[in-house]
Design a protein around this ligand. Structure first.
Ligand code: GDP
Ligand code: GDP
Length: 455
């Protein structure tokens, strides 16, 4: 394997541990979606359905104990089907499996073994990825006779589960993650001790990510690198700008080619999701010539859910006229309304226009995301807000807000304590959020407000 720059190059690189990825595969109707929902439910939700690219693929966040992981629900799996939609589904599924660290192969304990199960098992055995075999719909079944036939698949232990009833799920996940020798989860998403900002540039294919990164790194005269990470590591490139240290987290499988960097891999949803999760700040690039597409909105939605700080930049501003610009601005306001806390820039990566202010917004978003909010200040602001406008009475209850403290960073979380807080309306929470944002000058980060009612 070519490694320009050799040891020196690898010293400049940092490998970040990424969330592990679990793919659920199996023929239709065995219960994959049910299992997916069960696994991701704990973290209220789904994630992203990246339109176009990902028909029949669904991505979700899941957590068990201290371990977080990404789950991919694949559509049908027809490894031997020829042509048409089946071919396409198989391709999607193979891609999902290729991107996964561990595969959960789901079979139907009630339906028994089918020829298709044998095909899939054959494929997985050849692949040699860590795989666990889950026999779903096993509620009320005795282990033994009914499950014995699944050992024929040659994939080791058969784990009885019931996705619908939530049985055997914990031990399934333990077994699956146990195959991966995961490091203990660290303080993911927090800035390093030296204040380094982990930055991910996200966006769908062709918005100009590589062009922008080349523009930046070109200025830095970066040492060459070419180091394949393991699946769970992402390459991150350290660089410095105006005295601020950054780590640029690779979303695209960037490799040096000649004097420039180019993405060697196709756009990868998993890499994008992992990079977002590992970043402190995400720069979301849009393409002025394409407007806001569904895929942009999905990526944006995922960033929001991840709680990361975000800066928006519309690239290729040089290639549109005034009318298009106006339309675009309106489109962003309506389609990406949920990111209205983020700063918006119009840039041209190719012509190097408008790039300076983007850095200021990144720094500002990072400061906001990692702000320290002392309890006395939060409590004073809370009480002032209540005095200005108290929460509505709900039937016999009037919520009583007593004090507030900071419950987390990146994203900042404010925990409000008091009584009957379950009756505080969303509108009132937004009112509080506005007051807190203004006081701490929070820009470019989501702010979460949690209510804790004392018993
Ligand atoms: P997928 O096509 O593999 O994604 O399968 P689905 O999740 O859509 O489930 C197919 C059917 O099996 C649905 O009718 C589910 O309600 C049912 N199902 C899923 N999990 C279980 C289970 O644990 N027990 C039983 N009895 N039925 C289940
Ligand atoms: P990526 O897939 O997001 O990494 O996108 P690339 O950086 O490969 O860019 C896709 C295409 O957009 C290339 O042809 C670039 O030359 C072009 N491009 C990138 N930035 C700009 C820009 O600021 N203006 C214009 N007009 N084209 C750009």
């Amino acid at each position: 394997m070519g490694r320009p720059g050799g040891a020196q190059a690898s010293r400049r690189l940092i490998l970040l541990p990424m969330k592990p990825v679990m793919a659920l595969v199996g023929r239709p109707n065995v219960g994959k979606s049910t299992l997916f929902n069960r696994l991701t439910k704990s973290r209220d939700a789904i994630v992203a359905d990246f339109a176009g690219l990902t028909r029949d693929r669904h991505y979700g966040n899941a957590r068990q104990g201290r371990h977080e992981f990404i789950v991919i629900d694949t559509g049908g799996f027809e490894p031997t089907a020829e042509g048409g939609i089946y071919m396409e589904m198989a391709k999607q599924t193979r891609q999902a499996v290729a991107e996964a660290d561990v595969v959960v192969f789901v079979v139907d304990a009630r339906g028994g073994l089918s020829a298709q199960d044998h095909d899939i098992a054959g494929y997985l055995r050849k692949l040699g990825k860590p795989t666990v075999l889950a026999a779903n719909k096993a509620e009320g079944m005795q282990e033994g006779a009914q499950l014995a036939e699944f050992y024929e698949l040659g994939l080791g232990e058969v784990l009885p589960v019931s996705a619908a009833h939530g049985q055997g799920i914990r031990s399934l996940v333990d077994t699956a993650l146990g195959l991966l020798q995961l490091p203990e989860p660290g303080e993911e998403g927090e800035a390093g001790p030296d204040g380094t900002i982990k930055l991910a540039v996200a966006g769908r294919p062709n918005v100009g990510k590589s062009t922008l990164i080349n523009t930046w790194l070109g200025e830095e005269r970066l040492v060459a690198f070419d180091l394949p990470g393991t699946t769970r590591d992402a390459i991150s490139v350290p660089f410095e700008r105006a005295g601020q240290k950054f780590e640029l987290i690779d979303t695209a499988g960037l490799r040096r080619k000649g004097r420039v960097f180019e993405a060697i891999e196709k756009f990868s949803v998993v890499k994008t999701l992992q990079a977002i999760e590992s970043a402190n700040v995400v720069l979301l690039l849009l393409d002025a010539t394409q407007g806001v597409t569904d895929q942009d909105a999905h990526i944006a939605g995922y960033i929001l859910e991840s709680g990361r700080a975000v800066v928006l930049a519309v690239n290729k501003w040089d290639a549109v006229d005034d009318y298009q610009r106006e339309q675009l601005q309106r489109q962003i306001e309506s389609r990406l309304a949920f990111l209205k806390f983020a700063k918006l820039h119009f840039i041209s990566a190719r012509k190097r226009q408008g790039l300076g202010p983007v850095w200021q917004s990144i720094a500002e978003a990072h400061r906001s995301a990692t702000v320290k909010m002392p309890t006395p200040v939060l409590t004073r602001l809370l009480l002032e807000a209540v005095q200005f406008q108290s929460p509505k009475r709900a039937g016999m209850f009037r919520p009583k807000l007593r004090y507030a403290h900071q419950g987390g960073m990146n994203p900042p979380v404010i925990v409000v304590h008091g009584n009957s807080l379950e009756h505080v309306t969303d509108a009132y929470k937004r009112f509080l959020e506005g007051r807190f944002r203004k006081e701490f000058n929070l820009v470019g980060t989501p702010l979460r407000i949690e209510m804790k009612t004392s018993k």
